[in-house]
Design a protein around this ligand. Structure first.
Ligand SMILES: NC(=O)C1=CN([C@@H]2O[C@H](COP(=O)(O)OP(=O)(O)OC[C@H]3O[C@@H](n4cnc5c(N)ncnc54)[C@H](OP(=O)(O)O)[C@@H]3O)[C@@H](O)[C@H]2O)C=CC1
Ligand SMILES: O=C(O)CCC(=O)C(=O)O
Ligand SMILES: [Mg+2]
Length: 744
């Protein structure tokens, strides 16, 4: 699939996919004179669904399974992949994508949520690979290096985004469990000698239920066994709902149902059922007969009762409203449309939702469209405590000032499905009370054991030794290259992290750490230490496990830069290649809505520009292609000009948007290439483009602005119509002709 002069460019979903339709022709044209081929690879939800059901499709409709191909490529040293954010689909998004594809003539089956026979079970398994975070863990065969490039940080300091005010009297807070959650009963060990284990439940009634036949473990791997008690979770929810009601703050649930695709929908569903307890008790039988499953959000309930006779439906809606009378107000996702925090588990994703709340001064929207103080409910205490610590800090010191605050890059342990984010195939809801064992397959020795009850969620996590070594090395390299202190956020009281601490201390000795400041601190202390430095304008690298990697790489960028889209996000692949993610955020569904309604795309492709520059730089270094290095240096300079001249997209319709911003990037890049003296051939090649884009600047911008303000049709949501979306995303005939003239 790939030579060492090929860059793989992923086609994903939603806003980034729209933006790519405009940018890919430009990148292809700019890369060609350097002998570099850009190859698109479709890993969208729609493409993955179609790849899962080849026998249901005609020969013309069939697609290759690009994700599997890409996964293999990440294990090869020549891999050079630009990875854009993709949807980690909820069940309702999956259903919507299936429906759209069926309506377009693809004869794929419906999603059988409760399979009734073997055939349906097999279909469900195939669709399982299209739900939740199923792309990133496969491609991330390396650890994570995310940071704000200097130019981006400086631009944010010069034009700081607005921040909500914090009051010392704010009642906003985080509520988490204090017992019975994954943190409190965790057991962990480092495996000596490769071996296979199984996960089994010995029930109270004496049955043995094998939940996972075999997990192959390598020497030195750390494994954990942990469970969330259903009883403790329900008692926690009951108390928090009551407390929010008594104290008059909004109730808001923050989970990561996309990446924790087995456990968090269950955790979410329990909260919804507790909130509407009386209505669920009264209508239990009916809901069961309709297969209502609020693990998929209240949207699931509303869609399933829609088919009932009006009187029956009205009664249910009345009963739900009656519950609300003695319940706290819910935080809203879209107050204008009446969409609450319980609508769908993928609407409120903790990594992005908590920082947005903190940036807004500790407030979220209520049903009346006003910002209000919140009880942020994050059941699992393991990492929830960091948010309470930053809230404490903001209450005391006020909001951070983006024009002076320091920066917090992250080095994250992520490779090979590290820790919780790789645990979904080893996560189970307990069918009965019993003892949950991780048992050595050969010897029968029980390695880790837990007493569990029916409904508890039990899981096993793994992290291999090689990724840990690589992570420690990456942390030392980043500390050395940046001159910043590095803090490992590890809690000695948590068994898993205690095992990690031992390895970190050992592997640090493999490196020259002379003159470096490297510390290990538990999460809350690390947060406090980092924030004290941040508020003094000092920079600190956070070196974390996989979940904190995710949380902190949205949290700090959103406070520092206004969005995590502006981050440089590199995955140095352990096999020697590189994957360059574009920003640390997601696919911004709201942006698609604005494009379709008003033909304005406010998505910022800056992360893509940054990623591409590093991808060219890497190719230049690894293959000796000097033209690639020139492309990298000039693209970096062009990105600097884009920031200096403030040509990023505006959120407002009628102003410069993604397409206009991409035009300016192309102009500045062509000018840099024409002006550089390292490669005369490239300079001569790009001089005419630099001139024609500069001469036509006003005309091109006008062509791009005049289309805005009207609804447009891109031919779908999950599967776009190529001709329609290209027409929408490339509206300037003058710009298109200039790029075409370059000889793409
Ligand atoms: N690497 C990956 O593949 C990732 C994928 N995801 C997936 O993305 C989807 C959406 O996730 P969600 O939690 O809503 O988070 P998002 O990061 O997509 O969106 C939150 C908000 O961040 C702002 N934002 C994000 N990216 C940009 C950008 N490039 N330019 C301008 N603003 C931006 C937007 O704010 P505003 O509305 O104010 O403009 C947006 O509404 C989910 O399906 C999730 O699973 C999430 C994270 C990473
Ligand atoms: O894979 C996903 O669902 C999201 C990934 C993510 O949020 C991240 O890596 O920052
Ligand atoms: Mg994230």
């Amino acid at each position: 699939m790939s030579s060492d002069q090929t860059i793989i460019y992923t086609l994903t979903d939603e806003a980034p996919l729209l933006a790519t339709h405009a940018f890919l022709p430009v990148v292809t044209a700019f890369a060609k004179p350097a002998g570099i081929r850009i190859e698109a690879s479709d890993i969208s939800v729609a493409a993955r669904i179609l790849a899962a059901f080849p026998e249901n499709l005609t020969a013309e409709q069939r697609v290759t399974d690009s994700m599997i191909e890409l996964g293999k490529l990440t294990l090869r040293p020549e891999a050079n992949i630009i990875k854009l954010p993709n949807i980690s689909a909820s069940v309702s998004q999956l259903r919507a994508a299936i429906k759209e594809l069926q309506d377009k003539g693809y004869a794929i089956p419906d999603y059988p949520e409760d399979p009734e026979n073997d055939e349906q079970k097999a279909i469900k398994v195939r669709y399982g690979s299209c739900i939740g975070s199923s792309v990133n863990p496969v491609l991330r065969e390396g650890n994570s290096d995310r940071r704000a490039p200097r130019a981006v940080k400086e631009a944010a300091k010069k034009s700081p985004h607005s921040m909500g005010e914090w009051s010392q009297a704010s009642r906003t807070h985080v509520s988490h469990m204090t017992s019975g959650d994954f943190y409190h009963g965790e057991k962990s060990m480092t495996i000596s000698g490769a071996r296979d284990v199984k996960m089994e439940l010995i029930t109270k009634s004496g049955k043995t239920i094998v939940l996972k036949q075999k997990v192959a473990l390598l020497d030195g791997e750390i494994i954990d066994s942990m469970f969330m008690s259903r009883k403790a979770l329900l008692a926690f929810y009951e108390a928090q709902i009551e407390d929010a009601h008594k104290t008059g703050v909004l109730f808001s649930l923050h989970v990561k149902a996309t990446m924790m695709k087995v456990s968090h929908p269950i955790v979410f569903g329990h909260c919804v059922r507790m909130f509407y307890k009386e209505a669920f008790e009264k209508h239990q039988e009916l809901f069961d007969s309709l297969d209502v499953n609020v693990n998929n959000g209240m949207a699931d309930l509303h869609s399933k009762i829609a088919t009932l006779p009006a009187s029956q439906r009205d009664e249910i809606v009345r009963d739900l409203h009656a519950c609300q009378e003695h319940r706290p107000a819910l935080a809203m996702v879209d107050s204008a449309k009446g969409i609450t925090n319980f609508h769908s588990p993928n609407d409120v994703i903790v990594d992005a939702s908590m920082p947005a709340m903190i940036r807004a001064g500790g407030k979220m929207y209520g049903a009346d469209g006003r910002l209000k103080e919140v009880k942020a409910v994050i059941p699992e205490s393991t990492f929830a405590r960091i948010y309470q610590e930053i809230i404490n800090f903001c209450k005391w010191h006020g909001a951070f000032d983006p024009s002076t605050m320091g920066t917090v890059p992250n080095v994250g342990l992520m490779a090979q499905k590290a820790e919780e984010y790789g645990s979904h195939d080893k996560t189970f809801e307990m069918p009965e009370d019993g003892v949950a064992n991780i048992t050595d397959l050969a010897s029968g020795e029980v390695l880790l054991t837990q007493n569990v009850e029916q409904g508890d969620i039990w899981r096993m996590c793994q992290v291999k030794d090689a990724p840990i070594r690589d992570w420690v090395k990456l942390a030392v390299t980043r500390a050395r290259n940046s001159g910043m202190p590095a803090v490992f956020w590890l809690d000695p009281y948590r068994p898993h992290e205690n095992e990690l601490i031992k390895k970190v201390n050992t592997y640090l000795k493999d490196h020259d750490t002379d003159g470096l400041e490297i510390r290990i601190m538990s999460q809350v202390r690390a947060m406090r230490y980092t924030l004290e430095r941040v508020s003094r304008g000092l920079d600190t690298i956070s070196v974390t496990g996989n979940i904190l990697r995710d949380y902190l790489t949205d949290l700090f960028p959103i406070l520092e830069l206004g969005t995590s889209a502006k981050m440089l996000s590199i995955v140095p692949l352990m096999a020697g290649g590189g994957m360059y993610e574009t920003g640390a955020g997601g696919s911004a569904p709201k942006h698609v809505q604005q494009l379709v309604e008003e033909n304005h795309l406010r998505w910022d492709s800056l992360g893509e520009f940054l990623a591409l520059a590093v991808s060219f730089e890497d190719m230049g270094l690894k293959t000796g292609n000097k033209k690639a290095t020139v492309l990298a240096n000039t693209l970096d300079a062009a990105t600097g000009s884009l920031l200096d001249k403030r040509k990023s997209p505006s959120p407002k319709t009628g102003e410069l948007d993604n397409r206009g911003s991409q035009f300016y990037l192309s102009l500045f890049w062509a000018q840099e290439l024409a002006a550089q003296t390292d490669d005369a051939e490239l300079a001569a090649h790009f001089a005419p483009l630099a001139k024609s884009l500069a001469d036509n600047e006003q005309k091109i911008v006008a062509e791009m602005l005049e289309v805005q303000g009207k609804a447009v049709d891109v031919g779908g949501y999950y599967k776009l119509d190529e001709a329609k979306v290209t027409a929408v995303m490339r509206p300037s005939a003058t710009f298109n002709a200039a790029v075409q003239a370059l000889g793409a």
